[in-house]
Design a binder for this molecule. Structure first.
Ligand code: ADP
Ligand code: MG
Length: 298
């Protein structure tokens, strides 16, 4: 939704989304990611600028999160296949066999050649945790270039509220209730920021009374369980917000909070399994709780 949004503007944004998907999707044939994965253990692949930029950023976040966020998570994502009909809990043996293939430290990037190399057979890139953020940033860039003064874009978990409202007041952005569809826990006030949420509700399956969601721990190979239902990042770039919301979800509150505090200009909201909510100083003051099932904790 854009102020002064024209058909032409929407068209160019959707064209750009298609382009990004054609380069970065891990689930589509012929993309750069499919090519890099097919050439694992064989040869580096020269990739489009989009792919290189996003992979480079992903590697940086893998490093700063100590591997909680890992773009080489592909083999594990495919093993679980969460979000598809045949999702099931893998045998421990399968997890043990797959885990060694996940290691961002092996990922080789060559910026002169714009090439990416996965040195071991069976390694796979998956940029699903960061691509939507990149796409949101691109949409905002295109809208700004078209002189759109303000707007809110929503890519499902990645919201960008750009510009300032006509009366100068901040945007009110609802933070999703991780337990209830079409419900929110509260409202955050932002100006010209992106709000990105990762949570247990986005994609999951249930087996034996357990819920298995799609954010995986590269340490034990299971859906990350750190007492959190969701993590929300407020940032200037949706790429950063997307990578960090996933990273922090995997890290859990203590280490996640530490990571966020170490980066200037980034805020976070944590929703816990015990229905409490905590946030960094920059956001919690302007946060309004709207859902009485939850409570804000210092
Ligand atoms: P969503 O896709 O729901 O917006 P995320 O941004 O958190 O949520 O991305 C989740 C996706 O990222 C998964 O579907 C998978 O493709 C990938 N992924 C899962 N675990 C990790 C991880 N530890 N590091 C990097 N990517 C991950
Ligand atoms: Mg993410």
């Amino acid at each position: 939704m854009y102020d002064k949004g024209t058909r032409k503007l929407y068209q160019s944004i959707f064209n750009r989304f298609n382009e990004i998907e054609d380069h970065l999707s891990a689930n589509k044939a012929g993309t750069d990611i499919a090519k890099v994965n097919a050439a694992a253990g064989i040869a580096p692949v020269v990739v489009h600028e989009d792919t290189f930029t996003v992979t480079e950023a992903a590697l940086r976040y893998a490093e700063s999160s100590g591997g909680a966020f890992d773009p080489t998570i592909g083999p594990l994502v495919q093993l679980w296949n969460i979000g598809f009909n045949d999702a099931h809990v893998p045998a421990q043996q399968e997890i043990d066999y797959t885990l060694p293939l996940v290691d961002f430290r092996d990922l080789q990037l060559n910026s002169e050649q714009s090439s990416i190399y996965l040195p071991r057979l069976g390694m796979k890139l998956d940029l699903g945790a960061i691509t939507k953020g990149y796409a949101a940033d691109e949409a905002v860039r295109i809208a700004r270039e078209a002189k759109s003064p303000r707007g809110v874009i929503n890519l499902g978990g990645n919201v960008y509220a750009f510009g300032v409202k006509k009366d100068g007041s901040p945007w009110n952005i609802g933070i999703k209730d991780p337990l209830e569809e079409d419900s929110i826990v509260g409202i955050a006030e932002v100006r010209n920021k992106t709000i990105v949420t990762s949570g247990v509700y986005e994609r999951f399956f249930e087996a034996d009374g357990m819920r298995y969601h799609h954010i995986l721990s590269p340490v034990d190979g299971y859906p990350a369980r750190t007492g959190l239902l969701s993590t929300t990042i407020i940032a200037d770039r949706s790429l950063d917000g997307d990578a960090l919301s996933t990273a922090v979800f995997v890290l859990g509150y203590e280490r996640g909070h530490q990571l966020i505090e170490s980066i200037p200009g980034i805020d976070a909201i944590f929703v816990f399994e015990d229905m409490s909510i905590r946030g960094t100083a920059g956001v919690i003051e302007s946060f309004t709780l709207t859902n009485e099932l939850f409570r804000v904790r210092k």
